[in-house]
Design a protein around this ligand. Structure first.
Ligand SMILES: O=C(O)c1cc(=O)[nH]c(=O)n1[C@@H]1O[C@H](COP(=O)(O)O)[C@@H](O)[C@H]1O
Length: 236
């Protein structure tokens, strides 16, 4: 199966709506992301159900802890059969190396990505936590650290996908949340880009949540997004 570029974030408070949407989608069309809201509510069983339906599952728990704890969490994630797992690059090289080593080197190991700077941050909120300067400097530095730790790629804003490709090369993944078609509300996201622009700027995978999951008609919203990605002319 080829690697779908679209990752739908199943940010729901319970299994019902997540499984209902999964049943209307297909593994050839998208991967699915299980994040903190759904995982805390439903636990590993839900992840196994999605894996059992043939989906590539991105377990987005953004581990950030001492190296030994993060390594153990990554081993537990791998046992669930997930396709991708992530950590915070701000945990540092040693933590990322421990995570990567814990996943082993088999062909079916989960991919490991490192979150650089959350897409909800602006330059002002970064300054507040002691990361002075524009986000792209921090993203470049953290992406370099992640690559040095043998991580497979980063999670960053699509606005920074180009500079990550430039810094780390084309094979290093650029997973980009904060995707906002013009017709969708920005919400708490700050560093956003439209779906076609994100691909053009060098994203390898697009993470999309609320523009689809909170739409009155999620499947219609998904069709519209896919049409934009194919470059179809807008429907009149
Ligand atoms: O790691 C992530 O997936 C992530 C990193 C980041 O910097 N920003 C970000 O929004 N995310 C996740 O991507 C999803 C974006 O969802 P929407 O803003 O609803 O499209 C959410 O599940 C976030 O937890």
């Amino acid at each position: 199966m080829s690697d779908p570029k679209l990752i739908i974030a199943l940010d729901y408070p319970e299994a019902g709506p997540a499984l209902a949407l999964a049943d209307r989608l297909s593994p050839a069309r998208c991967a699915l992301k299980v994040g903190k809201e759904l995982f805390v509510a439903e636990g590993p069983r839900l992840v196994e159900q999605l894996v059992g339906r043939g989906y590539r599952v991105f377990l987005d728990l953004k581990f950030h802890d001492i190296p030994n704890t993060v390594a153990g969490a990554c081993r537990s994630a791998a046992r669930l059969g997930v396709w991708m797992v992530n950590v915070h690059a701000l945990g540092g090289s040693e933590m990322m190396q421990a995570a990567r080593e814990a996943l082993g080197d088999s062909n079916d190991r989960p991919l490991l990505t490192a979150v650089t700077v959350l897409t909800s941050h602006s330059d002002a909120t970064l300054h507040e936590i002691g990361l002075a300067g524009p986000a792209d400097g921090a993203v470049r530095r953290l992406a370099g650290l992640a690559q040095g730790a043998r991580v497979d790629g980063v999670v960053c804003s699509a606005q920074e996908a180009g500079l990550v490709r430039e810094t780390c090369g084309g094979a290093f993944l650029r997973v980009t949340p904060g995707i906002r078609p013009q017709w969708a509300a920005r919400g708490d996201q700050t560093r956003v880009l439209g779906p076609a622009q994100a691909l053009a700027r060098g994203a390898t995978h697009l993470v999309v949540g609320r523009p689809v999951t909170q739409a009155d008609d999620p499947m219609a919203a998904l069709h519209r997004l896919e049409a934009e990605l194919r470059g179809d002319p807008p429907a009149s």
